[in-house]
Design a protein around this ligand. Structure first.
Ligand code: FAD
Length: 373
């Protein structure tokens, strides 16, 4: 057992949310990050589709996405070895019957200046020649959607945090949380950490971690989503990310392979989920119906949990019933593309420093845990 180290901030969870908080807090005080698994980013963060799409997700996550762009374009010096973003584009596709849905998505994007344009069948076929002409009436093309190098972004936060002295511990599951004076005692099998503020960035486990401190759940629901790789061709590399207008499937080129998904949302308890072959078979059926990709085999597959609050907005801020306990959970399907901004927002709340100028368009009430109390 180690002695009881004292930190200003204890962060629970080493996914993208936890390390973003660590990067934003470490310059202002001592940080200890505690991650259950033997490596960081083992759960949802390591299992995403790695996209930056401005016209996507809950209303409150959209300004966080836009506010993250500056960091993603120009990360702090020495935090990244190469660009974090690269060109991709995103194409929603629809048949005649569901074309109104495309218009709805286009309208949602207008306020964001996402640059989406409605395109006809010929343009869809020019962008993705393997779409079946008889199955597509048109599309909504967002050329500004980008690929994110998720591992490099996660690593950038780790580097920034470590540069300011943060300690990032793996194989350190938090098993208890209790008041200790004006702060908190955070228990792990290796010993306790005493801190002033606890940041709960434990993803799908967010309500369970709050429960350790006797705090009521906010109602987080983890949802399964499976992705898999099939053989492709390097000539597909210029294609955008293609999504069915009702999210019945999506696919995107990835080197010599194609990443595919059923885009399912199936409720799950918090755990390490395994792919269900029936989901993969259904995705293949739908993609083969919509395209001439003629998928016959799968190279690899994985499932991640996208975790949502009941209103699908993130949960960021101090728990009204427990001072010094901060939520940073419920990132759903947009937790990578919004990470720089929500890390900055969470840090400003923990530090009580007021909203940073580059987050001036953000309303913290939308994501506050107070809405559940
Ligand atoms: C298939 C798929 C595609 C996606 N595509 C995109 C996309 O294109 N763009 C995008 O922005 N987002 C995408 N997402 C969503 C994104 O991946 C998530 O929003 C994000 O990774 C959530 O990060 P997190 O840090 O909250 O969770 P996690 O990465 O799950 O991290 C939480 C961590 O907390 C740890 N933990 C839990 N309990 C404890 C405890 N008691 N003690 C210590 N540690 C604990 C866990 O071990 C885990 O490592 C996708 C998700 C999936 C599944």
């Amino acid at each position: 057992m180690t002695a009881h180290p004292v930190a200003d901030f204890a962060i629970i969870g080493g996914g993208i949310a936890g390390v973003s908080a660590a990067a934003h807090l470490a310059p202002h005080g001592s940080v200890i990050l505690l991650e259950s698994e033997r490596s960081l980013a083992f759960h949802t963060t390591g299992r995403s589709a790695a996209m930056f799409v401005a016209n996507y997700g809950a209303d409150g996550s959209r300004p966080l996405c836009l506010a993250s762009r500056a960091f993603l374009d120009d990360p702090p010096e020495d935090s990244a070895d190469g660009p974090l973003l690269s060109d991709r584009g995103l194409l929603w596709v629809s048949d005649e019957a569901r074309f109104d849905r495309l218009r709805e998505i286009a309208n949602n994007g207008e306020a964001l200046d996402a640059g989406s344009v409605l395109v006809d069948r010929d343009e869809v076929l020019r962008l993705v020649p393997k779409m079946r002409p008889e199955r597509v009436a048109g599309g909504l093309y967002e050329p500004n959607a980008l690929d994110i190098d998720v591992a490099a972004l996660h690593q950038a936060f780790v580097r920034i945090a470590r540069k300011s002295g943060a300690e990032l511990r793996v194989s350190s599951p938090v098993t208890g949380l209790a008041r200790a004076g004006r702060g908190w005692r955070v228990s792990t099998p290796e010993g306790d950490v005493h801190c002033t503020a606890v940041i709960n960035a434990s993803g799908a486990w967010g309500d369970l971690v709050a429960g350790l401190a006797g705090i009521e759940p906010v109602g987080l629901q983890p949802m399964r989503r499976t992705a898999f790789m099939v053989p492709g061709d390097r000539s597909y590399e210029g294609w955008p990310f293609v999504v069915d207008v009702d999210q019945l499937f999506y696919f995107r080129p990835d080197g010599a392979q194609v990443l595919c998904s059923l885009a399912e949302e199936t409720p799950s308890p918090p755990l390490d989920p395994r792919p269900d072959m029936a989901d993969i078979a259904l995705a293949i059926e739908r993609i083969n119906e919509a395209t001439t990709l003629d998928i016959r085999s799968v190279n690899s597959q994985w499932t991640g949990l996208r975790t949502f609050a009941p209103d699908r907005e993130m949960v960021i801020g101090e728990e009204p019933t427990a001072s010094g306990f901060y939520w940073l959970v419920g990132q759903g399907g947009t937790g990578i593309q919004t990470a720089p901004a929500y890390g900055a927002l969470a840090a400003s709340q923990v530090l009580g420093s007021g909203l940073p100028p580059d987050l001036s368009g953000i309303d913290p009430a939308v994501t506050s845990p107070a809405r559940f109390r």
